[in-house]
Write a new protein. Structure first.
Lengths: 445, 445
């Protein structure tokens, strides 16, 4: 297959833009990613990046109230999103060709001059707090949100949770300050895909972003992830009708030299869908689990090695035991030649779906550019997978899987498990206290 | 914009296939829809269509065990789905160009000669039963599943719920019989989109489907929907941390002469996102609701008019009251000229997203062909919207909204509502008993 070749332009204010011309449909899509996110939240105001992104989208612009902004976009059927992740604050706008210049202008105003309308702030804040209050209703969400805290430490910027209180402390000035620190043209990469003429687009971009000036961006120092978690069994005992289990430890970095071997390992272990060892053994053959998947994550600092499993209450401990056996076996014997061959073939065949269509390709392209991957990363991806050997996968498993030092977090109806958790031979399970239990909160406004 | 023009072919066995040639990417997608679904389930075996579709996908084929089938597809990175709705049983297969013939062959075997492997059946049955046991864990799902029962009647084929017992009663022979009754080439419409040559594709289709023969299909009679529901307030009192409310009554049919006016009405009322009256009033301005949306549904017989709202416990009754006021006002005064103008513009502008890309267009095309819409339905869609007048929307509102005779289903922590439900002036709320409470079930296997 051939890859779209974007045109790269650098606006005078330092904004880097890639243009992906494609005239198939009368549509345009733009996306932008800023180096900002929840890792920069002040600890007592956890949730700031998230609320800033929500309010950039929903809080109006210099020229328009929130309602006027929403209406203008909706009548054009333009779709705009702005969201904050842990180390990326991203946005996108999508519109039919003849409405795109106006939609882009509104999107640019949200980025450059958000109004942060005070009464909309209270509505959005209340909604975020309500979501926080609901998050302990679901065993999967309890496990998902607490596992990183156990591995990274609860105070780590990579695991910190917002609370109704921390969100309650955020003032409009905090949003403005977060925006002032990070949302600058020289701190972002942008892409535009669709039905446009390159020369006209450059003119439109210059006009739209004229007057948006560079600024020095000084993020706070983020401490390195420490490998000092307490292995063992943690339990959240609740009368849910099924159990959720997370098992693992620290993962690897995005530029780990073994990253292609790790991808093949993950496919064989638990990311390969029906044919992964975990699904075949735990789910299909024994019918123990409702779902089971996971692998070694590659993060900006260190990702998580994390196996997630939801099981019937009455097979919880059996499922944990089986997952541990599968991990030990993978570490000791590694995969078979056949597994490696098939995993490589499947990964290479499925690659095309991740870059399917110009907008989709642009998304992948911007992601790798944002995180400073080599420029030919996408082009050489399949060749790099093809070169992985069984021996490399075995070495990656030995280096990255440590079944004797894992966090095992179990959420479920502990009194009805098939066996006591003590029978795992990993000592007394430690009861985990959830932050912000609904009962401990003041009533909703 | 120009619409893809599919080539229409009719195989000797009665299978109608539309070919959408598109060489942009080295990918192919096929989709097929059969006239079958849960409305044909025997009442004591509710869940049969669903389990049949699951087992056609997961239960192996004449030539291969379930594991062999899954592995073969996964190594090709081919994606296959089969699902049952109420009156449509559909499937799809997606693969890179050079794997497509083999992926299509496996997909065809699933359709023609599913193995319904007995031990896989027990695994899938247990999983379905576990999902059934969990469905009363969530207030939104309780409301979603019970509202249609209140409007259509619990015994209606359009509202019937499966239970752990009804699924437990299904034998392998029942799957085979359901398959034998409905899964025939002359009872389906198929589409193929992507990178192929028309002549070669016809040859491939003839080879792949050779020997799959026509058969007479005699579905059971489905009784007409009756408009005899009991209006009033129904309540499921549970200590959830937020409330969920469904409000409405019967909707319209898919070929209703007012259908374009109804679409504009829905946009203005509660499907238009940020600018709908419900969102503006209930959510944005008063901050009462976490989410609120809905409109008059167009169904094969009669759809549902259904407004869904999730709110804080302490504003539940206020939100219900406000929704009723908004409905009454719409029925009495109708929309403004400006609202109609803007709703038409927005609907016309957003249409392109629903047919964006060849695979997406094929999906819409097959849907309308399956339900026997006029062949030019997609092509004339925007013109038909453009012709709608304010007066037509007002008449549609008067004909289709009846705020004085509605089912109001409330799920939530009734003791903490802002006011008693009696204060709505609609009589005593009727407590609703949920089928299949987990406590009443035998323990999971």
């Amino acid at each position: 297959m051939s890859f779209p070749k974007p045109e790269r332009i650098l606006l005078p204010n330092g904004l880097l833009v890639y243009l992906f011309e494609d005239h198939e449909l009368p549509l345009l899509d733009a996306a932008i990613d800023f180096k900002a996110g929840s890792i920069f939240d002040p600890p007592d105001k956890a949730g700031l990046a998230d609320l800033t992104a929500i309010m950039m989208r929903a809080g109006g612009t210099g020229e328009s109230t929130p309602d006027e902004t929403d209406q203008a976009l909706e009548f054009m059927a333009a779709q705009v999103t702005i969201f904050a992740g842990d180390d990326m604050l991203g946005g996108s706008v999508s519109a039919v060709k003849d409405k795109f210049p106006e939609a882009l202008r509104i999107f640019a105003s949200m980025l450059r001059a958000p109004r942060f309308d005070p009464s909309r702030l209270e509505v959005e804040r209340a909604r975020v707090q309500e979501e926080i209050r609901r998050r302990w209703d679901d065993p999967g969400e309890i496990a998902d949100l607490n596992f990183p805290r156990l591995v990274y430490g609860a105070a780590s910027p990579w695991a910190r949770l917002s609370s109704a209180e921390s969100v309650g402390r955020i003032r409009r000035d905090d949003l403005a300050e977060f925006h002032r620190r990070y949302i600058h043209p020289n701190n972002a990469v942008m892409g535009i895909a669709g039905d446009f003429d390159g020369k006209a687009m450059k003119k439109l971009l210059e006009e739209t972003f004229r007057g948006w000036t560079q600024a020095k961006v000084t993020p706070p120092p983020i401490p390195k992830v420490k490998d000092d978690f307490q292995a063992g069994v943690y339990v959240v005992a609740r009368p849910f009708s099924q159990s959720h289990v997370e098992i693992g430890h620290l993962g690897a970095g995005r530029f780990d030299p073994d990253k292609f071997a790790i991808k093949i390992l993950n496919f064989i272990l638990g990311e390969g869908g029906f044919t992964s060892r975990l699904v075949k053994e735990v789910r299909s053959t024994r019918g123990l689990a409702y779902s089971v998947r996971g692998g070694v994550g590659l993060g900006t600092d260190r990702g998580l090695f994390e196996i997630s499993c939801s099981t019937k209450t009455a097979s919880t401990v059996e499922a944990i035991d089986l997952i541990r056996r599968i991990l030990r076996q993978m570490r000791e014997e590694g995969p078979t030649e056949q597994e490696v061959k098939e995993a490589k073939e499947a990964s290479i065949n499925s690659f095309v779906f991740s870059v399917d269509g110009t907008v989709n390709f642009m998304g992948s392209f911007l992601y790798y550019d944002f995180y400073n991957y080599p420029p030919d990363f996408l082009r050489t991806y399949r060749d790099n997978l093809a070169r992985v050997t069984r021996e490399q996968v075995l070495q990656a498993a030995r280096k990255r899987l440590d079944p004797d030092r894992m966090v095992i977090l179990v959420v479920g109806n502990a009194t009805s498990f098939d066996r006591p958790l003590q029978s795992l031979g990993l000592g007394e399970p430690r009861p985990l206290t959830l932050d912000q239990e609904p009962a401990a909160l003041p009533a909703a406004r």
